[in-house]
Ligand binder design. Structure first.
Ligand code: UDP
Length: 253
């Protein structure tokens, strides 16, 4: 097989040129990083789980009319996606105070917010992805006012969709991050949900016990990350039931 051209290697994924123009292959690695890559490890099976979980969420979003970059899953670790111009912002939606918001504003983790709060962080590792306002985004031209309006609407719809699905399987969606890209069609562009949606980029707590089922398990050394992600996948019907702890996830097609 011809060697593929690597376009970009990030912390958790590698992007390769896709088989047709305008497509990209996303390869999900097992690498886990936190605190701007100061903490790192290799978690066997994480990439396989995130590939499958992201496929699940992106397909669901597509089904309810929210455009995404996702085309199809290719194999255990790879998916084919449409190439898009990533807006250099991390769009975070929060339903419950946690993480950096709790620290910044002194709100106890677990406090329900009066309404979902959308925040934007400028994607720049060297700066540690600083929180920015719509004023910064407009003034520095990272997104137009129209893009901002569309991003806000998309972010809130994604929130309702994922929160609903998760609640149905006994999981509370605390917060999550998405990335949004532009796909050009002639002189116009439309926005699509890009990158990935997985427990790496969400906070997910068991509704009854409050147990964390997301990357905080790794960030805060709370146990096995693969067990946590497998539990999410199992509840969503993606993983076969298994009595034994799963290190190499069994994927249901
Ligand atoms: N998040 C992410 N990538 C980042 C920063 C945050 O996926 O580079 C996600 C994180 O998993 C959480 C949400 O965005 O679900 C909010 O993260 P927060 O601002 O609380 O930052 P953290 O506490 O993770 O540093």
């Amino acid at each position: 097989m011809a060697r593929r051209n690597k376009i970009y290697e990030g912390k958790a994924k590698i992007l390769y040129e896709g088989p047709e123009p305008g497509t990209i292959v996303q390869y999900f690695k097992d690498d886990a990083t936190a605190y701007n890559a100061e903490k790192r490890d290799v978690i066997e099976g994480k990439g396989v789980l995130n590939n499958r979980l992201s496929e699940f969420f992106m397909t669901g979003l597509g089904n309810i009319g929210i455009p995404t970059h996702f085309i199809r899953r290719l194999n255990m670790r790879e998916q084919l996606v449409r190439s898009c111009e990533i807006i250099p912002l991390e769009v975070v939606v929060r339903n419950v105070a946690a993480g950096s918001m709790s620290k910044r504003l002194g709100i106890e983790e677990g406090t329900a917010l009066p309404r979902p709060i959308v925040e934007y962080y400028y994607k720049d590792d060297a700066l540690g992805d600083p929180l920015v306002t719509e004023e910064h985004i407009a003034a520095f031209g990272w997104a137009s006012q129209q893009d901002l309006d569309d991003m806000l609407a998309i972010a809130l719809r994604v929130n309702d969709f994922i929160a609903g699905i998760m609640f149905g399987v006994g999981i509370r969606l605390i917060d999550f991050k998405i990335e949004i890209g532009r796909i050009y069609e002639g002189d116009f562009h439309r926005l699509v949900v890009a990158d990935e949606i997985s427990p790496d980029s969400c906070r997910l707590w068991d509704v009854k016990t409050g147990q964390k089922l997301d990357k905080d398990v790794f960030r805060r050394d709370l146990g096995s990350l693969t067990d946590a992600y497998s539990e999410v996948a199992r509840r969503l019907g993606i993983l076969q039931q298994s009595a034994t702890p799963i290190t190499k996830p069994t994927i249901v097609n």
